[in-house]
Design a binder for this molecule. Structure first.
Ligand code: ADP
Ligand code: ADP
Ligand code: ZN
Length: 216
């Protein structure tokens, strides 16, 4: 299965992508995670990407298209993959399509998690991430057993820099301007998009998603 997970910031792409990766035994590639790791390590990619991420803007298309092209060449991606947070612009979707076509691959599913804006703002304000293992929590919807501490590894939880209110507003604006047009692009030129209601329990949403992919 080759799956693309689309949706605004805070829609639950990471949360659902993780569950899907486990259930379908597929690697999940989240461009946001890969970029944050590069920033932490201050690699050339990280140094280039950082100012865009800090500002809540998209990292330039050429950079992420190259990044994803490399990632999809890994041997473990040969049998299938889940792309989380990519593509985010029409140019990225075209770049992905070209990469896949060159290798004779087609996407099996493009899944779009639909969540209204007030809910996104609530979720992003409450998001906490483990600094050690990356597990994602939410102080409102999915709190850890002990405040500030990861259930899985005991690591310290933090708020992502770009989940501050002002940057969240910017990211949502960027989403409407640059990413939303993708839905029409896929409807016209690419594989069809399956829209999933992203509001409800994590399990409920996952139940809907898994109906749309063929790996039960
Ligand atoms: P969220 O899951 O909240 O939408 P991500 O972790 O996916 O956030 O992305 C965080 C930031 O990383 C984005 O605001 C953007 O700066 C950068 N980024 C991630 N994926 C892409 C992409 N496909 N194209 C451009 N920038 C990206
Ligand atoms: P994205 O990767 O799309 O930005 P995340 O998976 O990181 O989204 O989820 C954003 C925040 O919302 C996290 O704090 C997560 O725990 C929480 N969350 C995820 N799914 C749900 C849900 N169905 N209901 C309520 N909160 C959720
Ligand atoms: Zn942890």
């Amino acid at each position: 299965m080759k799956i693309v997970l689309l949706g605004p910031p805070g829609a639950g792409k990471g949360t659902q992508g993780d569950l899907l990766a486990e259930r379908c035994d597929l690697p999940r590639y989240a461009t946001g995670d890969i970029l944050r790791e590069a920033v932490r390590e201050q690699t050339p990619l990280g140094r280039e990407a950082q100012r865009f991420m800090d500002a809540g803007e998209l990292v330039p298309d050429e950079i992420v298209i190259d990044l994803v092209r490399d990632v999809l060449q890994r041997p473990e991606a040969a049998a299938g993959f889940i792309l989380d947070g990519f593509p985010r612009t029409v140019a990225q979707a075209e770049g992905l399509q070209a990469t896949l076509e060159a290798r004779g691959i087609e996407l099996d599913a493009v899944l779009y998690l639909d969540v209204p804006e007030e809910e996104l703002v609530r979720r992003l304000a409450g998001r906490r991430v483990c600094t050690v293992c990356g597990t994602v929590y939410n102080v409102h919807f999915d709190p850890p057993q002990n405040a500030g501490v990861c259930d899985r590894c005991g690591g310290e939880l933090e708020t992502r820099d770009d989940d501050q209110e002002e940057t969240v507003r910017k990211r949502l604006h960027v989403y409407h301007e640059q990413t939303e047009p993708l839905l029409d692009w896929y409807a016209g030129d690419g594989p069809p998009v399956s829209k999933v209601d992203g509001v409800g329990d994590v399990e409920e949403v996952f139940g809907e998603l898994i109906e749309l992919v063929d790996c039960r």
